[in-house]
Design a binder for this molecule. Sequence first.
Ligand SMILES: Cc1ncc(COP(=O)(O)O)c(C=O)c1O
Length: 435
Amino acid sequence: MQEIELEFENSAKFAAKMDAADPLARFRERFFMPHQPNGEEVIYFTGNSLGLQPKTTREYVDQELKDWETLAVEGHLHAKHPWLRYHEFLTEQMARVVGAKPVETVVMNSLTVNLHLLMVSFYRPTSERYKIVIEKGAFPSDQYAVESQILFHCDAETPRRGDAVKKRLIELTPREGDSTLRTEDIVEAIEREGDSIALVLLGGVNYYTGQAFDMQAITEAGHKAEAVVGFDLAHAAGNLELHLHDWNVDFAAWCSYKYLNAGPGGVAGAFIHERHANAVDLPRFAGWWGHDKKTRFLMGPKFRPIPGAEGWQISNPPILQMAALRASLEIFDEAGMTALRAKSEKLTSYLEFLLSEIDDDRISVITPSDRTQRGCQLSIRVKDSDRSLHDRIVAGGVSADWREPDVIRVAPVPLYNSFSDVLQFVEILKRSLKV
Ligand SMILES: Cc1ncc(COP(=O)(O)O)c(C=O)c1O
């Protein structure tokens, strides 16, 4: 990893100097920034929840509305970007964002739906190997999805279904006194439970702590135990540099409304490693959009999946949502994940530096200080605080979020946030702490 050798300074002049030297600063202009009631721009640090709207989104969506208006059903074949193959226009760019081959990548559905579809294929419990490894405190949707998959495989007659989940779920917990998991402990748990593990399913970045996991080491450990390894990349896609193919990950799913700026409810992504591309015998929930493209419209009764990730599609896709995602992915392609990540490390390290200068021992950062173990988000714990602290920060002009009982999550996003944003945020936080 490239070392950051910067000497940071706590001054507006220094932040302005960093912004002037930032090769990605021009991308801020490509997004609509929300405004406060007083007309000033919001300091937007919630791109980890909903990314900003690219200024090109409207044009991309309008193009599809126009084609629908003028071509109606003919748009499937004759729209500027024919709807029949619309998802294909996104594949290569999305593959680059997550370090995958196009054959391994598809844009479809939403995140939890994709997790379910992938578990249908890749969680195949047997009487000896049936456990799933997750993080304790995983995003609730993942927890619900995993538990319901476990129950789905239980006999309907299984008594005490709660006990069935307990027996089959391994929840990784940080050591006493730690806020985050240690890679060696994750690996050790996988080794210990080895023969009984069917699936390891972790987040790439934990939504609460902001901890990024060593996906390569976890995948290796999972495979050594002969388990399948998948990741929920909701907080990692567009945030970290990912190499899903090279890391040998079996499958992954992510949403596009956070760092990928595709708008509320944006269409999600899925990755299935090339080695499963022709695994036509894997169980899957099939639909006509996953059927061989050459014969799909012959409307035959036998399902023949498209090789690769596309074969997991079920329905014809939401074109308007995909148009919005195209607008954003073009920006990602222009900026490049390597450059984005290089800026992100500096930006978040600057935030960490300024927080360390606050003379208030109620404050701690629960996100790891090791830059390889985090993305752009820092989760700031403020002891004995309550939601009113967050409300004061918001009133000061910041968009940040509050997680019970005492955590403020802030995500300076390298595509549209600046070093001056970071400095201003910390000034507002300091003022808000004094009340
Ligand atoms: C880590 C994680 N998993 C799952 C979800 C649920 O996503 P969806 O509602 O798109 O299924 C989210 C949503 O924020 C998330 O952050």
